[in-house]
Design a binder for this molecule. Sequence first.
Ligand code: ADP
Ligand code: MG
Length: 208
Amino acid sequence: MNGPEIAEFVRRAAASVTTEAERLTRLDAAIGDGDHGLNLSRGFAAAVGALPAGGPPGKVLIAAGRAIVSKTGGASGPLYGTALRRAGKACGDADDIDAALLGAALRAALEGVQELGQAAEGDKTMVDALAPAVRAYDEALAGGNGLADCARAAAEAGREGADATVPMQARKGRASYLGPRSVGHLDPGAASTALILAALADVAEGRA
Ligand code: ADP
Ligand code: MG
């Protein structure tokens, strides 16, 4: 994927979280404070506004991540911003990222989120979508698949990972204040991560 394609990913992710803002907010209203959809649509709109006119994927991702950190409220802003910035750094100045490099970028994003938020899998956070996505991506890559198939495998695992947060009790973020009452609800951040991964897969597959 080249710079313009990565910019298209950011635009598509922005469109998706905006379209789904109401659902994300509803999920967050159940176990948080009901601002997740608004936070993300605002943050990703800022990312779209900050997209550079050109440049390699790494530069595009870093610019988007920086905008998200500065414009997104809530816990998710710094986490998503860090994810995009770390992914961008992992891309270096490559003009075109191949399947292996995109896998490395996804892993760097996950590591950034975990370093900052200290969440493990099972804590009912975005990590429960992102970590299985990274694993599925790596497995698909090891199986000899190309970038688009790896990205689709990651998106599917991300969605399954998000769905699997329903029976979990939150141990990080606002939802953890609810203790056992957080059980039985889909984690909003895991849901938005699944949307963002789907946007990546769509662009990787060349869907206009
Ligand atoms: P806030 O909780 O500050 O209102 P948001 O509503 O935008 O922020 O985001 C909530 C989401 O952020 C949660 O659903 C969860 O997925 C994610 N989250 C919260 N804390 C952490 C953490 N420490 N590590 C990873 N993800 C987290
Ligand atoms: Mg919230």
